[in-house]
Design a protein around this ligand. Structure first.
Ligand SMILES: [Zn+2]
Length: 214
């Protein structure tokens, strides 16, 4: 249960090992420990079923963000954004350096451990009157899931804001990454504009947004 995942492990083994915490409590695992033969397929199916009921799924319920921002969030939740650490691993680029600072560009860093992107998310949160100091990706996903459990307007606006923010930051990063810094200062204002624009169509959200705009 404690061993580091070896680089040369097969993909199926890696998938199982990545879900160890869940497996630990899993009946299939307990059953397997007592069985005379370990069956990899059975174990994989147990992991797979669990992965299907992912906790971040709730972020998509009643989320009124733009479809392209939702797709981007889905990719991010699956940790599939083409960040430099991933591109480097596949041999596509030479550097893993973040385009805003000296750290390695991982998704964990970019959303929102990087001072540049942290500042943007923070400004958006301040606009919706939420005092929160952003941390890395996994922490932020956990935090946003916790914060958006209810069905009220605040939860809906937070979900919308998070989705639009992840999308615009990713676009901003892509632009800077190819040497175009033009989008710079506008990013947080653009996100807020999109929150208002998308939220305005919903009567319940309109009331909340109107208060924030005063
Ligand atoms: Zn950075």
């Amino acid at each position: 249960m404690e061993v580091c995942i070896p680089d040369n492990a097969s993909w199926i083994m890696k998938a199982i090992m990545q879900h160890r915490d869940g497996i630990h409590q899993n009946l299939v695992w307990i059953e397997m420990l007592n069985a005379s033969k370990f069956r990899m397929k059975k174990m994989y199916m147990a992991v797979h079923d669990r992965a299907q009921s992912v906790v971040w799924r709730t972020l998509f319920y009643g989320n009124v963000a733009r479809p392209r921002a939702l797709v981007n969030l889905w990719l991010a939740c699956n940790e599939r954004l083409a960040t430099r650490d991933r591109l480097h691993k596949h041999g596509a680029i030479d550097t893993t350096r973040c385009c805003f600072c000296n750290a390695d560009e991982t998704q964990q860093h970019l959303m929102f451990n990087c001072s540049e992107t942290k500042g943007i998310w923070r400004k958006v949160l301040q606009w919706i009157q939420v005092d929160h100091n952003p941390l890395g990706w996994r922490h932020e996903v956990d935090w946003i899931i916790q914060q958006t459990k209810g069905k009220g307007g605040r939860a809906k606006i937070l979900k919308l804001a998070f989705t639009e923010c992840v999308y615009e930051i990713w676009r901003y990063r892509n632009a800077v990454s190819v040497g175009n810094n033009g989008l710079n200062q506008l990013t947080d204002e653009k996100i807020i504009d999109n929150i208002v624009y998308r939220g305005w169509t919903n009567r319940k959200l309109r009331t909340h947004l109107a208060k924030l705009m005063m």
